[in-house]
Write a protein that binds this ligand. Structure first.
Ligand code: PCA
Length: 327
């Protein structure tokens, strides 16, 4: 090889370097374990992005609170310590009551309604994230919440003093109104909470009962259809702005697909999980009249308390949603 040719080759190699150097790598933290359909969905999202951008953007998903604890995920994305995160939306309720509107009874009791509620609240939620330099990518509902106990729940008095694991503050309030003792527990801490006797019961979905093998701790699931709360996936705006336009588009497209896929996964997982619970010996039933009545009145209290707490904007958004439902 003469000198000129080798110099040309060297130059060609050097010229191709900036392309490789521009490839971005994001760190993403999620709170739920790999057995959760939300985690499966977000991992698929990361794969879709890598494929659509031909490796220009790699998103490394750290699930189950393994890298960042649930409560630190949003602050970390805000600071830019990590680029992307997923949280249980209603855990942000201390920042604004609009974040917990999907954990109120009687507001959205089906997938259709839960999706409509997301559409109506999305602009406000997007704005609240934008004010902190972040952008929501998508949100997906969990199946409706119900009650796991180690006895047949057939008498409202059974709530008296019952120690119930709850995934957010509103669920804790609800347990309080029922006469029980709530404890906020992360999904990953559920096994320890039961095995050390810290809780006797829990409120969550069919899906989480299944992925956390609820049959190891309890015998009954009361499918009370309390509400369908959501997880939200979001990113640091500056990290997004640093991507080239084609990569940005690929992220948004993959996110739109993840949202659509996620809502379907939730429905499918609900059915599969209800079956799995029963196959593993859990008795699944709906609340009897007496239990339904106390759930209703605790729900009414929860709703009234939310209205008192909610600002003008949150109340208006809920009104807007309810108006649309009536039309
Ligand atoms: N699973 C999550 C949130 C709601 C749900 O169904 C949990 O229990 O932590």
């Amino acid at each position: 090889m003469n000198k000129n040719v080798s110099r040309t080759l060297l130059l060609a190699t050097a010229c191709s370097l900036p392309v490789a150097a521009s490839a971005a790598e994001w760190t993403m933290a999620t709170p739920y374990g790999d057995a959760s359909f939300h985690t499966k969905n977000v991992k698929q999202f990361a794969e879709d992005v890598a494929e659509a951008t031909d490796g220009e953007l790699t998103i490394n998903v750290h699930s189950g609170g393994s890298l960042v604890a649930h409560g630190e995920i949003k602050p970390s994305v805000r600071r830019g310590t990590i680029e992307a995160g997923e949280v249980f939306l209603s855990t942000l309720s201390n920042e604004d009551p609009i974040f917990e509107v999907d954990t109120l009874p009687g507001v959205a009791g089906s997938y259709e309604e839960a999706f409509d509620l997301w559409q109506t609240t999305k602009p406000v939620i997007t704005e609240l994230f934008a004010n902190q330099g972040m952008m929501p990518l998508y949100a997906v509902a969990w199946p409706a919440q119900g009650i796991y106990t180690d006895f047949e729940l057939n008498d409202p008095e059974q709530f008296e003093g019952l120690r119930v694991r709850a995934p957010n503050i509103n669920t804790q309030r609800f347990v309080d109104y029922l006469g029980g003792n709530p404890t906020e527990t992360e999904e990953s801490d559920i096994p320890t909470a039961f095995s050390t006797g810290r809780v006797d019961a829990m409120i969550t979905s069919s899906s989480t009962g299944n992925s956390m093998t609820a049959w190891d701790y309890v015998s009954h699931y009361t499918d009370a259809n309390l509400w369908l709360p959501k997880n939200i996936v979001f990113i640091n705006q500056q990290a997004f702005d640093r991507l080239d336009e084609a990569t940005q588009e690929a992220v948004l497209e993959a996110a739109a697909r993840a949202e659509e896929r996620g809502w379907q996964m939730s429905r499918d997982d609900n059915e599969a999980s209800l079956e799995a619970l029963q196959e593993n010996g859990i008795t699944v039933s709906t609340p009897n009249e007496a239990v339904a009545a106390v759930l209703q009145s605790a729900g009414d209290q929860l709703f009234a308390a939310w209205e008192d707490r909610a600002g003008e904007q949150a109340r208006q958004v809920l009104d807007e949603y309810q108006q649309q439902r009536e039309d």
